[in-house]
Design a protein around this ligand. Structure first.
Ligand code: NAD
Ligand code: SIN
Length: 485
């Protein structure tokens, strides 16, 4: 695999920008090392994307769908390589990166269906002439991706944008860049023409150069901090489409009646999967006061003690790997300290494991009696616990956030589920399912600081093209001429 860092007109080049490297967080081995794209190279990539855009739009729906199907085949052929590459860059276990590779392939069929269903074409003849609807691409889209699903999430913007006839300049996360080169090579092998997909690697300065360039849209997945910054940067520029998919401070309510072991499993799969590095992870666990809530927490403690945490290629495959970087492990420790200072009482203490400086233990802290609340997303296996006396307070507590991405209720009582569905403020509301594991067949996004109201996944088609309404008088004249009007 090429470690070059600029892919323009289907050709890899060395970057002229600042040097950067990504490390395997399990052992600090260098996975990717290159010079990033310079501002001039970013500009060249954006120019190439503009040059290629008209002809890419002109080849039509069917041709683009066929090329995207070829891309799916290329990804399929390289599925094992994709999984290992992402595991090395992120530390995620192979069971998870194999799923990511399969999800990237699955994205093509789902996006094609969404493209046709949500942004299709129709025409009808009326007494006043022909009415028709079609959709047109915006032009050149910048795609900025996060590290946690470095293949799947950018792919979830790129594929719908390409299907709609846009061209792309993609800046992958500098923390997990390697998969982008496999994607670029796979697009080229699939027959994507020169200039249609361009990759510019690098850190913040490469991202800044991209945002300063001549763009028609920015498709971003990442933190609320960066998303808000981008929103401000493009303030007063409605001509640039922004689709901002940001984080969450997601609540999970566990309520009686429900099976205690199953409830504990839901917490583990909501809060600690992917080492807590999913935007959909439950960060706040809301439980009733009393014996039932105590028993659920005891079960979570017991399961966490047995949790396999390790390196992606360990013989006994781990449930979770290390956190993305040892600096993030330090942030997780500091976060616990700041919550303790606000009155939190650790239930499972945050700690770095002997395996290495990026290996952290799942942590829980009781914030029920804290004198100050903390409504920030910590991207780590760490959840705040709140004990409440009744279901009204549980819902109130769940909604007590400026975010609104994912949420859940674990409880066997269907009437409580219907209340939760009507009263919880989030884009995803799950019942007896973890808050994680979003379906590509549904939209993904939510209110508040979780985005700017342009949900992704099945609805990504919506922000990749605009509707063109046509009223065709020629048809009316033709009908008149043949005596039908
Ligand atoms: P991040 O915001 O730090 O970075 C995302 C991308 O933006 C990276 O490519 C980065 O280089 C770039 N970037 C950052 N600052 C920039 C700047 N000032 N100018 C230009 N580019 C800049 O996010 P991350 O740490 O990689 O990912 C984790 C975050 O992503 C979490 O907050 C998580 O909740 C969120 N996330 C959201 C979703 C979703 O669909 N809503 C999915 C996954 C992750
Ligand atoms: C994420 O995008 O970070 C996770 C989504 C999921 O849990 O499926």
């Amino acid at each position: 695999m090429s470690n070059n860092s600029v892919f323009i007109n289907n050709i890899w080049k060395n970057g002229d920008g600042a040097h950067f490297q990504s490390l395997n967080p399990a052992n600090n081995e260098v996975v990717f090392s290159a010079n990033g794209a310079s501002a001039a190279q970013v500009e060249a990539a954006v120019n190439a994307a503009h040059k290629a855009q008209k002809s890419w739009a002109k080849i039509g729906r069917d041709a683009r769908i066929a090329i995207m199907n070829n891309y799916a085949e290329e990804l399929k052929k390289r599925a094992d390589e994709i999984a290992i590459t992402i595991s090395k860059d992120t530390g995620k276990p192979l069971w998870e990166t194999k799923t990511e590779a399969a999800t990237m392939v699955g994205k093509i069929a789902i996006s094609t269906r969404a493209y046709n269903e949500r942004t299709g074409a129709f025409s009808k003849v009326t007494a006043f002439g022909e009415l028709a609807l079609d959709h047109a691409p915006y032009g050149v889209m910048a795609v900025l991706g996060p590290f946690n699903f470095p293949g799947h999430l950018p792919n979830g913007h790129i594929v719908p944008a390409l299907l709609a006839g846009n061209t792309i300049v993609f800046k992958p996360s500098e923390l997990a860049p390697a998969i982008a080169n496999i994607m670029a090579d796979s697009f080229a092998a699939a027959g994507v023409p020169e200039g249609v997909v361009n990759v510019v690697h690098g850190g913040r300065e490469t991202g800044a150069a991209l945002l300063a360039s001549n763009l028609n849209g920015v498709l971003f997945t990442g933190s609320a901090t960066t998303g808000t910054y981008i929103h401000k940067l493009f303030g007063g520029r409605p001509e640039v489409v922004l689709a901002l998919e940001m984080g969450g401070n997601n609540p999970l309510i566990i309520w009686e009646p429900c099976e205690i072991e199953a409830a504990a499993d839901m917490i583990i799969h909501s809060s600690f999967i992917t080492t807590g590095q999913r935007c959909s992870c439950a960060r706040r666990i809301i439980l009733p006061t009393g014996k039932f809530g105590d028993a659920v927490l005891e079960a979570v403690i017991a399961k966490s003690q047995k949790m396999r945490i390790g390196t992606f290629d360990d013989k006994d495959e781990p449930f979770i790997g290390p956190i993305i970087h040892q600096n993030m492990a330090q942030n997780y420790l500091k976060f616990e300290q700041s919550l303790i200072a606000k009155g939190g009482k650790p239930i499972m203490a945050a700690k770095i494991l002997d395996k290495g400086p990026a290996f952290v233990a799942p942590a829980l802290i009781d914030m029920t009696n804290a004198h100050e609340r903390e409504d920030e997303e910590l991207f780590a296996p760490f959840a705040q616990v709140f004990r409440v006396d009744n279901f009204d307070t549980a819902i109130e507590r769940a909604n007590d956030t400026k975010f609104g991405l994912s949420s859940g209720l674990v409880c066997d009582d269907a009437s409580l589920w219907h209340r939760a569905l009507g009263e919880m403020h989030a884009g995803l509301i799950n019942w007896n399912r973890p808050t994680t594991g979003a379906s590509g067949e549904l939209p993904f996004g939510g209110p508040g600081l979780s985005g700017n109201g342009r949900p992704s996944a099945f609805y990504a088609a919506d922000y990749c093209s605009y509707p063109v309404a046509q009223q065709n008088a020629i048809m009316a004249q033709r009908l008149k001429a043949i005596g039908l009007e």
